[in-house]
Design a protein around this ligand. Structure first.
Ligand code: FNR
Ligand code: LAC
Length: 358
């Protein structure tokens, strides 16, 4: 493709054109009535910017510190499953894009390329963990990620039971032949059952992931690894406090992109209380519905260290592989750069709460 879509909404439209219906629906969809899915995005529109003027913004940068490392941008890649549904190279294409952009990639447990191959491509990959009932397999996943060179473990805490995603039920979502849960193949959990009349992924998760996960498991996970452990899927300030108490090295405010508990609050509304609760002891990140440069500014203003995007990466991947992701995320960077300058800030770290009206 010589001319890329103009913005992330246009990337999504182009991706819808080129993906099979079952795949597009799996990527795009949310739980039940998709109220949270929409709220994540729309909540940003209701926050107004009270910009500053007459600041010299002639020299600007998007550079951002994440856990002591400097990245080219505050826009990180959220973990998303099954990239080979969008592009033959799958997660290998994604990690190449992360490297080109100088950002961080969080690799899903449900990768369709073995984690070792992905992590070998780039020094800034974190591994997202789903805890299997089979704790031996879980321990092995953590050990493999650490041995392969992952920089942190991101424990997803909002998906012990699968949200009901009606699009996937209707489409009887399953992995086509030749695509599997590559990280779990040695454990014998690489294949997803095809269930008549239901989502194959829901069947996989509900039978294999551990619904008994609790705070003691955070301590257990910390004991398994020297890597930082971040918790993804927190929206309540009391949980943010508990996360810090149990040794979490960071918190990701997320509702899984509206795919789990429908009518859960928009993440940008949950962010300020979580930031207040952790009292600067650990960094706070946010994802969900970030589609415009101004959305990023608002998240930073509420105290996020950086943001993550999920679906925008998948749209770029579907439209143009690795180059497509780079183009999609660069469109967001362009908007962010303009928004920063027009808010009177020269870099993400200089965005303050004062630029939010009200
Ligand atoms: C996800 N998400 C997710 N999260 C996670 O911890 N592990 C995973 O494997 C996945 N898989 C996944 C697949 C797809 C198709 C989507 C859309 C999302 C959730 C993801 O990390 C993130 O929280 C949301 O995608 C953020 O919202 P946006 O940016 O997609 O609106
Ligand atoms: C999802 C997963 C895999 O949301 O987390 O589909």
């Amino acid at each position: 493709m010589t001319e890329w879509p103009l913005n992330l909404a246009a990337f999504e439209s182009a991706a819808r054109e080129c993906l099979p219906r079952m795949v597009y629906d799996y990527y795009a969809g949310g739980a039940l009535d998709e109220i949270t899915l929409r709220a994540n995005r729309e909540a940003y529109d209701d926050i107004a910017l009270r910009y500053r003027v007459l600041v010299d913004v002639g020299r600007r940068s998007l550079r951002t510190d994440v856990l002591g490392r400097e990245f080219e941008t505050p826009v990180l890649f959220a973990p998303t499953a099954f990239h080979r549904l969008a592009c033959e190279d799958g997660e290998l294409a994604t990690v190449r894009a992360a490297k080109t952009l100088g950002t961080l990639m969080v690799l899903s447990s449900l990768s369709t390329v073995p984690m070792e191959q992905v992590i070998a491509q780039y020094e800034h990959v974190w591994f997202q963990l789903y805890v299997y009932r089979d704790r031996g397999l879980t321990r092995e996943l953590v050990a493999r990620a650490e041995a392969a060179g992952a920089g942190a473990i991101v424990l997803t805490v909002d998906a012990q039971i699968w949200g009901r995603r009606e699009r996937d039920v209707r489409n009887q979502f399953h992995l086509p032949d030749g695509i599997n849960v590559a990280n779990a193949l040695p454990g014998g959990f690489g294949d997803m059952p095809e269930r008549e009349g239901d989502s194959g992924l829901a069947a996989y998760v509900n039978s294999l992931f551990d619904p008994a996960l609790d705070w003691e498991d955070v301590v257990w996970l910390k004991s398994l690894t020297k890597l930082p452990v971040l918790l993804k899927g927190i929206v309540h300030p009391d949980d943010a406090r508990l996360a810090v108490e149990h040794g979490a090295d960071g918190v990701m405010v997320s509702n899984h992109g509206g795919r789990q508990l429908d009518t859960a609050c928009a993440t940008i509304h949950a962010l300020p209380d979580v930031v207040a609760a952790v009292e600067g002891q650990v960094p706070v990140f946010v994802d969900g519905g970030i589609r415009r440069g101004t959305d990023v500014i608002k998240a930073l203003a509420y105290g996020a260290s950086a943001v993550l995007v999920g679906r925008p990466v998948l749209w770029g991947l579907a439209v143009g592989g690795s180059a497509g992701i780079v183009a999609a995320i660069r469109s967001l960077h362009t908007e962010l750069d303009v928004a920063l300058a027009l808010c009177g800030a020269t870099e993400p770290a200089r965005v303050t709460r004062g630029i939010l009206a009200g």
